[in-house]
Design a protein around this ligand. Structure first.
Ligand code: NAD
Ligand code: TYD
Length: 341
C-alpha cells in the first residue's frame, strides 16, 4: 500500500495508528481527516506534523462534498475509519451526535469510498456491539449483535451498514471489533486516563456501582497492529475480533492503580452506577490469531507501567485538556455522584 486515508486520526487510537504506520512503513503516506471535536487533539500528532508523508484535512465525515473532495484527490489504497463519538457516558447524556457521526458519517464514507472505487475499507468497531456477558464465555465473531448503550447501538448500526454494502455491492470492507484500549494519548474521560490523572493530582476516583464490572484490556499498539493486519491481509466481508486476554474487575484495576501510584484507598468513591452498565466483556480473538497471524504482544503490567509513566511525563497535555469544556462535562457527569458518595 502506498497511500491511505484515515478518519479520526487526531483521537486516541487514530493518532497511535498514524504514528505506528509512518514509523514502520517508509513507503506509506497518510491523509488524516478529522473534525477536531472535543476529543480530537492535533497535539497528539505534533511530532509527525512536518513529515511529508503526512497530511491533515480538517472536516466532518458527515459532510458529503468534503469527503468526496478528499477521496477525489486520490488515488487511495485504503480508508481506515476511526472517527466516532466514542464515550458511553456522553451517549447517555445525548445520543444525537452519536447517531449523526457514527451512523450517518459512516454512510457518507461508504458512499464516497464506493464512488471512488477504494479497494479496501476498514471499519474500526468495538466489542460493545455484542452486548454484555455473564460470568462465563467470550464474544466470537459469530456472537449476535445486542448493543445496550446508545454508543454501542450506533456502532452496531454502522457495522450493519458496512455489512449491507458488502453483501449488496460487493464493497471491499472488513470490520474489526476490539476490547478496551489503554495507552498514551487517551482522552481523560475513559476509566484509565481519568483515574491515573485524578490520582496524580490526589483527586478521588469515581467507581461506578460496586466496581464489579469486568473489562478486557489491550494496549493500543496491539490494537493498531491488528487493524493494520486486517487492512493488509483481512478477507473482504469478514469480521476480526481483537482483545488482550486480560480481564479485570474495575475495582481490581482501581486498586492496582492506587498501588502503582502509591495512593491511599480513601481516594476511592463508589458512586451511582452507569444506567444499563454492561457487566462483562471478554473477547475470543483466535480467528485473528489464526487467519491474520496477529497476537497481542504487550503484557498488561509492562503496558500499564509505561502508560502511567507517559501520563506523568505529559502532565501539561493532561492539564490543557482538563479545563474549559472538560470541566463542564466533569461537573455534569460526576458532580452529583461525587457529592452523594
Ligand atoms: P476518540 O474519541 O479518542 O477519537 C475520536 C476522533 O474522531 C477524534 O479525533 C474526533 O475529533 C474525531 N471525530 C469525531 N467526530 C468526527 C466527525 N464527525 N468527523 C470527523 N472526525 C470526527 O476515540 P478512540 O478511542 O480513538 O476510538 C477510535 C475508534 O475506535 C472509534 O470508532 C471507537 O468506536 C473505536 N474503538 C475504541 C475503543 C477504545 O477502547 N477506545 C475500543 C474499540 C473500538
Ligand atoms: P470506559 O473507560 O468508559 O469504557 P467502556 O464503558 O466503553 O467499557 O469504562 C470502563 C469501565 O469503567 C466501565 O465498566 C465503566 C467503568 N467506569 C467507572 O467505574 N467510573 C468512571 O468514571 C468511568 C469513566 C468508567
Amino acid at each position: 500500500m502506498q497511500r491511505i486515508m484515515v478518519t479520526g486520526g487526531c483521537g486516541f487510537i487514530g493518532s497511535n495508528f498514524v504514528r505506528h504506520l509512518l514509523a514502520t512503513d517508509p513507503g506509506l503516506s497518510i491523509v488524516n481527516v478529522d473534525k477536531l471535536t472535543y476529543a480530537g487533539n492535533p497535539e497528539n500528532l505534533a511530532d509527525i506534523e512536518s513529515d511529508e508523508r503526512y497530511a491533515f484535512r480538517q472536516g466532518d465525515i458527515c459532510d458529503r462534498d468534503f469527503i468526496d473532495g478528499v477521496l477525489g484527490d486520490g488515488p487511495f489504497d485504503a480508508v481506515v475509519h476511526f472517527a466516532a463519538e466514542s464515550h458511553v457516558d456522553r451517549s447517555i447524556l445525548d445520543s444525537g451526535p452519536f447517531v449523526q457521526t457514527n451512523i450517518v458519517g459512516t454512510q457518507v464514507l461508504l458512499d464516497a469510498a464506493r464512488k471512488h472505487e477504494i479497494p479496501r475499507y476498514v471499519q474500526v468497531s468495538t466489542d460493545e456491539v455484542y452486548g454484555s456477558l455473564g460470568t462465563e464465555g467470550a464474544f466470537t465473531e459469530e456472537t449476535p449483535l445486542a448493543p445496550n448503550s446508545p454508543y454501542s447501538a450506533s456502532k452496531a448500526s454502522a457495522d450493519m451498514l458496512v455489512r449491507g454494502y458488502h453483501y449488496t455491492f460487493g464493497f471491499p470492507a472488513v470490520i474489526t471489533r476490539c476490547s478496551n484500549n489503554y495507552g498514551p494519548f487517551q482522552f481523560p474521560e475513559k476509566l484509565l486516563p481519568l483515574f491515573i490523572s485524578n490520582l496524580m493530582g490526589d483527586q478521588p476516583v469515581p467507581v461506578y456501582g460496586k466496581g464489579e464490572n469486568v473489562r478486557d484490556w489491550i494496549h493500543v499498539l496491539d490494537h493498531c497492529r491488528g487493524i493494520e493486519a486486517a487492512m493488509r491481509n483481512g478477507k473482504e466481508g469478514e469480521v476480526y475480533n481483537f482483545g488482550g486476554r486480560c480481564e479485570l474487575q474495575n475495582i481490581e484495576l482501581t486498586k492496582l492503580l492506587l498501588k502503582l501510584l502509591d495512593k491511599p484507598e480513601s481516594l476511592i468513591r463508589y458512586v451511582q452506577d452507569r444506567p444499563g452498565h454492561d457487566l462483562r466483556y471478554a473477547i475470543d480473538c483466535s480467528k485473528a490469531e489464526r487467519e491474520l497471524g496477529w497476537a497481542p504482544q504487550i503484557g498488561f503490567e509492562t503496558g500499564l507501567g509505561e502508560t502511567i509513566q507517559w501520563y506523568q511525563q505529559h502532565a501539561d497535555w493532561v492539564a490543557r485538556i482538563k479545563s474549559g469544556e472538560y470541566t463542564r462535562y466533569y461537573d455534569q457527569q460526576y458532580g452529583d455522584r461525587l457529592d452523594r458518595s
